[in-house]
Each structure stands twice: as C-alpha cells, then as structure tokens.
Ligand binder design. Structure first.
Ligand code: NAI
Ligand code: 13P
Length: 294
C-alpha cells in the first residue's frame, strides 16, 4: 500500500492519479486538508511504499523527524539543497538504503495531471526492480519509463527550473523566439555538463526528464519558475513575486546551490551564474544578457 506525503499542487495531483489505480492510497500534509483519504503522518508512515512530494529545501529537516527504515521511498521533489550543497539522493541516502530509494521526474504540470491528460514520467532508481514496483501504482494515462541514472534524472529536474527562470526573463525582456531557442539549447548543454561532472549520463538529458521537462517548463506561463523570470524582467522584487506565487519556485533556491557547487568544482555554468546574479546580487537582467552574449 502507498502513502503520499505532501498535499501541495504536485502531491495532490499524483495522489488523485494513483487513487484511480489504488483506491486505498492515502495522503498526508503539514496542514490538514479536505481530501478524501487524508490521514495523519503517523498513519501514513505505516505503509510500505511512500511517495514524498515536499519542497526540496524542507527535506533535510523533514527526514530528521521520521523513521523511514525499511520503507520504499519515491521522491517527486525537484531541487538541490542549497545549505548542504547536496543532491536529494545524497540527503536521502543518509536515512534510506539506496536500494529502497527512487525518484520520479519528467515534464508534468500538476494541473494537466489532475485533468488526466497523457503524461510521460521517469522513475529512476539504482534498484530497477523498485522502479518497476513503483510504476505499477500509476494509471495508464501516466506513461512511466524506468531508468538507473538517478544523478541525471535529479540534476535535469532541478536544473531545468533555473533555465526556466532565464527563459522567463528572456520573454519578459521581449528578446524574441530566436534568443529563447538559443537559450534553451545552451541551457541543455549546461545542464548536461553540470550533471556529467557528478556522474550523470548524457542520454538522460536528451530524454523526457531532460529536454522534455526543460522544453515544457521553459516555454509556458503554467510554470512557476518561468513566471518568476517574467516578473524579474519587469523589475519586480523577488520577495513580492514569491509571496504572490504562493507555491514553491524551486529554481530560486536551486540557482544558489548550482552557483556554489559550480564555483567549488570549477564547472562552467554561464546561464545559472547570470540567474544567480539577477536573483541574489540585484544585477539588471539586460546587463546579464549583454554579459551572456559576450
Ligand atoms: N507543481 C508541479 O507541476 C510539479 C512540481 N514538482 C515538484 O514537487 C515539489 C512540490 O511542489 P508543489 O507541490 O507543486 O509545491 P506547493 O508549493 O504546492 O507545495 C509544497 C509542498 O511542500 C510542503 N512543505 C513545504 N515546506 C515544508 C516543510 N518545511 N515541512 C514539510 N513540508 C513542507 C508543503 O506542505 C506542500 O505540501 C517541488 O519540488 C516541485 O518542483 C514536480 C513536478 C511537477
Ligand atoms: O516541474 C514542473 C513541470 O515538470 C513544474 O514546473 P514549475 O515548478 O516551474 O511550475
């Protein structure tokens, strides 16, 4: 039996999808929600299979409060911890054996999944048998691919949010479709370069979890990260943008993690560097663009 932990946009969308295949599935969240099948955390932790869908920066603290020993864990969050500068699989592996750990990613706006629209997702695990087991919980409109490249799927899901912010800035500055296509192409190369440094496979960046999720997120106002970029280009303040958003925009935090990791390991990440300077050093987006074109 499976429990979903996290009742935000993505947690609830995945829960409603799973419920169509597994009517006994349950969900829990920090705040009580009026959802059929809502249970408290203690009850949720009784199930063998657990799907965790909380904001990436909250995960390390959450893991200190629960016992996940012998549980099978699927993580749907997309981000890199920007205090510990660790990937989520590294943080989870301090609490859960790698063979019990899987990650789900891919191009998937929660709103469309809630409408049962066809969607392709990747479940990555060092234990492919576990990835297969998790894939059985999902209804047919969610096409699940399995993969063993945990690092690649994780880096792709986290990094594309940063490029989506850059793409929103590009749109907000009215730079045109040519510039956006160049940005996305170079963004994909940058994600791949960063990922391969940490052991990811190039092929992953060309698949649904890489190019697929990048093209979705970096081309639509349905993306929260893209909307952050649009508003930054209009000169709005980050805090005002995030308050108005009301949901997590992981790219804001992942940008900082990538910036610090890339400086530490000397990885060339020009787009993430400019997004960092715009968000954290108040650099003007137009000046960033000039520097990128150099
Ligand atoms: N919304 C979407 O379309 C998709 C979202 N994701 C990823 O799923 C993750 C969650 O995103 P959403 O549900 O969309 O965001 P949301 O903002 O709607 O919900 C965030 C969730 O995190 C929980 N949370 C936040 N801080 C917490 C803390 N300190 N302790 C415990 N729980 C905490 C909230 O209670 C809520 O359940 C993010 O990493 C996001 O990138 C992935 C694919 C699609
Ligand atoms: O990850 C997503 C789609 O795959 C959701 O993107 P946003 O968090 O930018 O809305």
């Amino acid at each position: 039996m499976i429990s979903v932990i996290g009742g935000g946009a993505w947690g609830s969308a995945l829960y409603y999808a799973i419920k169509q295949k597994v009517p006994d599935a349950v969900i829990t969240s920090r705040t009580k929600r009026d959802i059929d099948g809502f249970v408290d955390l203690k009850q949720a932790l009784k199930n063998e299979y657990i799907l965790i869908v909380i904001a990436a920066q909250a995960i390390k603290d959450f893991l200190r409060t629960v016992d996940l020993k012998n549980k099978k864990i699927l993580v749907a969050s997309k981000g890199i911890d920007n205090e510990k500068l660790m990937f989520l699989n590294e943080i989870f592996e301090e609490y859960v054996e790698a063979e019990n750990l899987a990650f789900i990613s891919g191009p998937s706006f929660a709103k469309e999944v809630k409408e049962n629209k066809p969607t392709a997702l990747v479940i990555a695990s060092k234990n492919l048998k576990l990835a297969e087991e998790f894939s059985k919980f999902f209804p047919p409109f969610l096409k699940i691919y399995t993969d063993s490249d945990v690092e690649g799927v994780e880096v792709a899901g986290a990094y594309k949010n940063v490029i989506a912010i850059a793409s929103g800035i590009c749109e907000g500055l009215n730079l045109g479709k040519n510039a956006k296509a160049a940005l996305l192409a170079r963004g994909l190369v940058e994600m791949d370069r960063f990922g391969e440094f940490f052991g990811a496979k190039k092929d992953t960046f060309l698949g649904v979890a890489g190019a697929g999720d990048l093209f979705l997120t970096a081309n639509s106002t349905m993306s929260r990260n893209y909307r952050v970029g649009l508003n930054l280009a209009k000169g709005k303040h980050l805090n005002d943008i995030l308050n108005k958003l009301g949901e997590v925009a992981e790219g804001v935090y992942t940008t900082k993690a990538i910036y610090e990791l890339s400086k530490k390991h000397n990885i060339y990440t020009p787009i993430a560097d400019e997004v960092y300077k715009i968000i954290y050093e108040n650099k003007k987006p137009l000046k960033s663009l000039e520097d990128l074109l150099k």
